[in-house]
Design a protein around this ligand. Structure first.
Ligand code: AR6
Length: 171
């Protein structure tokens, strides 16, 4: 297992990484799930900054300051809604990770924490989403876009899926 990738069970809003990633929607104006939690913890200044961004397409990413969060930056990325797997979901989810890593490098964020993008309200199957997340994290680390990646799982079950994936060799 690559020691630069860690898995924790917990709340992404309390992470002390340089950047945290928000599983947003295309409006970038907040919502439920982890998006709602991040906006509540960051305070209304986050929504005010998000209003200047003009939304984002699925798979894109945009960055704001962290405001009241411990993290300096929030990278907002709308993941794909799961429609059964034949609507380009895998490529779009990979784009979320790639664009998030690219933005982290742009702003100089060396450590980054991700939630399990798309696996909640958007219903992406956790095993398949995890394989993509881990593959893209390994690539970003190999390319030295960031130095550390933390996967923040909201449930023990999700964390176990990540640990299993990290214990397997890169595919
Ligand atoms: N910290 C870490 N993970 C969390 C937290 C938290 N504080 N809260 C929830 N999760 P979801 P999606 C987990 O639904 O599937 C929003 O309305 C959650 O249990 O937040 O990408 C947006 O505005 C799940 O495992 O994101 C979009 O409309 C994971 O985060 C839509 O939901 C992702 O679940 C995006 O849906």
């Amino acid at each position: 297992m690559d020691g630069r990738i860690t898995v924790v069970e917990g709340d992404i809003t309390s992470q002390d990484t340089d950047a945290i990633v928000n599983a947003a929607n295309t409006t970038l104006l907040g919502g439920g799930g982890v998006d709602g939690a991040i906006h509540r913890a960051a305070g209304p200044e986050l929504l005010a900054e998000c209003r200047t961004l003009g939304g984002a397409q699925t798979g894109e990413a945009k960055v704001t300051r962290g405001h009241r969060l411990p993290a300096r930056y929030v990278i907002h990325t709308p993941g794909p809604v799961w429609h059964g797997g034949r609507s380009n979901e895998a490529e779009l989810l990979a784009s979320c990770y790639r664009n998030s890593f690219a933005l982290a490098q742009d702003v100089g964020a060396r450590t980054i924490a991700f939630p399990t993008i798309s696996t909640g309200i958007y219903r992406y199957p956790i095993e398949q989403a995890t394989a993509i997340a881990v593959r893209e994290a390994r690539r970003a680390l190999a390319a030295e876009l960031v130095q550390k990646v933390r996967f923040v799982c909201f449930s023990h079950r999700d964390a176990e899926v990540y640990r299993r994936e990290l214990a397997t060799r890169p595919r």
